[in-house]
Design a protein around this ligand. Sequence first.
Ligand code: 3PG
Length: 214
Amino acid sequence: MTMNIFDRIEELRIVPVVKLDRAEDAINLCGALLKGGLPVAEITFRTDAAEEAIRLASEAFPDMLIGAGTVVNTDQAKHAVAAGAKFIVTPGFSEAVTKWAVGNNIPVFPGTSTPTEIMMAMEYGIKVVKFFPAAQYGGLKTLKALAAPYPSMRFMPTGGINADNLHEYLAFDKIIACGGSWMVKDSLIHEGRFDEIERLTAEAVALAKIKREA
Ligand code: 3PG
């Protein structure tokens, strides 16, 4: 992949946040995302299957952008990257993970929800942070206030984003993309409803094609 990963994520505008109990589900899941028009997945370390799921997905879909989410320590980050993860997302700000990722040229989205955390991320040269949990912390209104003092900082909000509010977030030009699990819900994966995942993904892709605010 020659394109900068941040640019690629900005082009895609949505990052599906995936939780897999069975690593092998990564194949059908990523197949559904691809067919729905979204060649990106953040596979979270919320389960023990994450590392193997990242490996299987990266091998089966080499052109897809597979990253690791909910990374809470450097050990997970190292395993994720060794398994094929192309980017790292952390739920909160971890100095250790951020330092390791930056030092190893791995794109990282440190989780932030306060000005202090954003400033800590800036000390590592971070240009894009995750804002989590977005809706629960006041949504777009809070994000706009949080973004104001840092004109060059950009955001990937996640938490409570769905087909109903996606367009509001994406209309704010400080947001490169929104993360979310609404098209890859646990229940759909457990029930093997990959056609529905494909449908919700295609719907999300269509919703993301909106004009940005000037
Ligand atoms: C995350 O880990 O980024 C979030 O849990 C995703 O939030 P959502 O499940 O509310 O979309």
